[in-house]
Design a protein. Structure first.
Ligand SMILES: CC(C)(COP(=O)(O)OP(=O)(O)OC[C@H]1O[C@@H](n2cnc3c(N)ncnc32)[C@H](O)[C@@H]1OP(=O)(O)O)[C@@H](O)C(=O)NCCC(=O)NCCS
Length: 181
């Protein structure tokens, strides 16, 4: 996957040796509580090692889960992701929807600095440069901080949906021209 740069951040592949940093982020309920259809924290280092390995092994020119690191320290402070959204349904695994989502998860010590918005803006640019016409974000209705990131990015609030992940979410969308403006 491509390494992406911003003024303050590098977005790079997750590595096996990032497992401790990954565990420190995803073992926290305040990070995990709004992720996926059945939110749960990581409980063991082994789970963190598997996640670092799985995300790091994603080798796609467009999609991925990037580790977010600051230019000061090469220890991940979170993730930013670009992936296909799964349709709600009763299949296992869920079927692809053809829609693409952007997402962000940061260590609480690094909230309030604009890092999520900065990283996501770079990943949106990467997605649009790669040919996507529109990108969605879905948030739990009560996840105000994540909805604020969507708004800072210039994403349009489309309202509630149960189209993805078998959950009811607030849906946001941005088109290439909206990011440029
Ligand atoms: C969602 C989440 C990433 C938001 O983090 P965040 O730090 O609030 O968002 P940003 O990185 O955009 O930072 C914006 C804040 O930084 C402040 N800020 C400080 N310096 C800044 C700078 N140089 N540039 C921009 N903003 C800056 C802004 O004023 C804003 O503060 P405010 O919330 O008090 O208004 C974070 O809450 C999180 O990781 N939650 C857990 C995971 C999660 O729920 N993910 C979303 C699933 S849908």
């Amino acid at each position: 996957m491509r390494t992406l740069e911003t003024d303050r951040l590098t977005l790079r592949a997750w590595r096996r040796e990032d497992a401790a940093a990954l565990f420190d982020i995803y073992s926290r309920w305040e990070v995990a509580r709004y992720l996926g259809s059945t939110p749960r924290v990581l409980e063991t280092m082994e789970q963190a090692e598997r996640a670092a390995q799985r995300w790091g092994a994603m080798d796609d020119q467009l999609y991925g889960v990037w580790a977010v690191v600051t230019h000061e320290e090469d220890r991940p402070i979170g993730s930013v992701l670009l992936k296909e959204l799964p349709l709600s349904g009763d299949t296992e695994p869920l079927q692809p929807s053809g829609d693409v989502e952007v997402g962000w998860h940061l260590h609480p010590d690094t909230w309030g600095k604009g890092y999520a918005t900065e990283a996501a803006a770079r990943v949106l640019r990467h997605g649009f440069d790669g040919g996507l016409e529109e990108i969605y974000a879905i948030t739990y209705p009560e996840n105000g901080p994540s909805q604020a990131v969507c708004r800072r990015l210039g994403m349009e609030h489309l309202g509630p949906t149960d189209r993805y992940y078998n959950v009811t979410s607030e849906l946001f969308r941005i088109r290439a021209a909206d990011l440029a403006s």
